[in-house]
Ligand binder design. Structure first.
Ligand SMILES: *[C@@H]1O[C@H](CO)[C@@H](O)[C@H](O)[C@H]1NC(C)=O
Ligand SMILES: *[C@@H]1O[C@H](CO)[C@@H](O)[C@H](O)[C@H]1NC(C)=O
Ligand SMILES: *[C@@H]1O[C@H](CO)[C@@H](O)[C@H](O)[C@H]1NC(C)=O
Length: 259
């Protein structure tokens, strides 16, 4: 008798758990479905956003698109600072990410040294360096005269500076590196400032994502390297290669003309 009552007692419990799991699965399915709808919606928005006004050729227009949502430079700045100042992210960048990123950056920089595009005595700048892992990597491979800029400084590796208006004189650097082109609100200013502060013969190395979406902090999307290369006026392409750099798949290297 005792056993029957206990079975009877567990029966409703089984029904209840079954109903509960059914209910939860249903919620999950609904969630998945709306998420897909939303991303379809976002893609639609993306395909109808306006075209960057600064680029000159029609070719570039199709290859580089500005994202909607930054009505003013101020709203753009707030958005960028929100990520840069996020204490959780900052903590990750200087702990878990630190060694791992320096290792990968060092590999890239050593390769560039072997190709004679970078030397120990190159005066170097890393643009949008956040906490400066790339600057630390440059120093590690022997390029001691290196510094980074970002909206938020991280001394001594990174000083404060906006890549739309670099805080340096003309013809200052032998080498400039950046993997934040997608964050540029004014892509032609981003490029113009690199060309201005590079010495004649200086090297610019950009890691970018081509035809892949950046994160929600991206201000532009690049669909073809021509959309970026076309913005350079006084530099020539040295090489364009595929790389694997933290979600960025393409390395573009340019050299500033001697005259
Ligand atoms: C910054 O991000 C936090 C959450 O990550 C959000 O609550 C806040 O509204 C954001 N602020 C701005 C100015 O975007
Ligand atoms: C550059 O610096 C690295 C690291 O300090 C050193 O091992 C290397 O010998 C230097 N290269 C030259 C050409 O001086
Ligand atoms: C610096 O370079 C910019 C752009 O190339 C140029 O317009 C400007 O006149 C230069 N400034 C000086 C002080 O040479």
């Amino acid at each position: 008798m005792k056993t029957t009552t206990s079975i009877q007692a567990t029966k409703p419990l089984i029904y209840k758990s079954f109903l509960l799991s059914l209910f939860l699965s249903l919620i999950f399915i609904i969630f998945l479905f709306t998420d897909q709808l939303l991303s379809l919606h976002n893609q639609h928005i993306k395909s109808t956003i306006n075209i960057v006004p600064q680029t000159s050729s029609l070719q570039s227009h199709a290859n580089l698109r500005m994202r909607q949502g930054f009505n003013t430079y101020d709203s753009y700045l707030k958005h960028q600072l929100n990520k840069t100042l996020n204490p959780k992210l900052r903590n990750l960048w200087v702990t878990r990410d630190w060694e791992r990123k320096i290792k990968v950056f060092s590999k890239f920089f050593n390769k560039l040294k072997n190709q004679n595009l970078l030397a120990n005595n190159s005066k170097s700048l890393c643009i949008g360096a956040r906490v400066g892992q790339e600057v630390a990597a440059l120093k590690l491979v022997g390029v001691s005269h290196s510094v980074g800029i970002d909206l938020v400084p991280f001394p001594p590796l990174v000083v404060q500076g906006d890549f739309h208006d670099q805080p340096f004189k003309n013809s200052t650097f032998d080498f400039e590196f950046s993997n934040v082109f997608d964050h540029a609100l004014y892509p032609s200013k981003f490029v113009g400032e690199i060309e201005r502060t590079l010495k004649p013969g200086g090297i610019c190395v950009l890691h970018v994502a081509v035809s892949k979406r950046g994160d929600k902090y991206s201000a532009n999307d690049l669909f073809n390297v021509d959309g970026l290369v076309g913005l350079f006026k006084v530099c020539d392409v040295v090489h364009v290669i595929k790389v694997d750099g933290f979600g960025l798949d393409t390395e573009i290297v340019l050299r500033k003309r001697k005259s």
